[in-house]
Design a protein around this ligand. Structure first.
Ligand code: FES
Length: 108
């Protein structure tokens, strides 16, 4: 059975939340009716993105932020647009939304 993260309705538009899962720590972020999932591991040093629980967004809630050295990542594809790992990307975590629940999708 797939791992369940939370209800889609538990997420807030342009906000992110951290979760533990069978594939490690994951950050989920919701925008425009879509949910995106990434490994909570900065491509710069391979450490967690946040200093405080669930603080993953920049001040404008536009980009995912690594609090360590300020790298900014696009919500839609995890691509780093600024910071020491510019050009690299967060690792995407495959998700499925079934009956309003966000699940870890099995790998194809
Ligand atoms: S560890 Fe994320 S920017 Fe350095």
């Amino acid at each position: 059975m797939s791992h369940r993260f939370c209800q889609f309705s538990d997420l807030v538009e342009n906000q992110a939340r951290g979760f533990r899962s069978p594939v490690g720590e994951v950050v989920l972020v919701q925008r425009d009716g879509q949910v995106y999932g990434y490994q909570n591991s900065c491509p710069h040093l391979g450490i967690n993105l946040e200093f405080n629980p669930d603080e993953f967004m920049d001040v404008e809630n536009h980009y995912l932020l690594c609090s360590n050295h300020g790298a900014l990542f696009r919500v839609e594809d995890g691509h780093c647009v600024a910071g020491p790992c510019q050009g690299e990307s967060l690792l995407a975590v495959p998700l499925q939304v079934v009956n309003g629940e966000i699940l870890l999708a099995s790998e194809p």
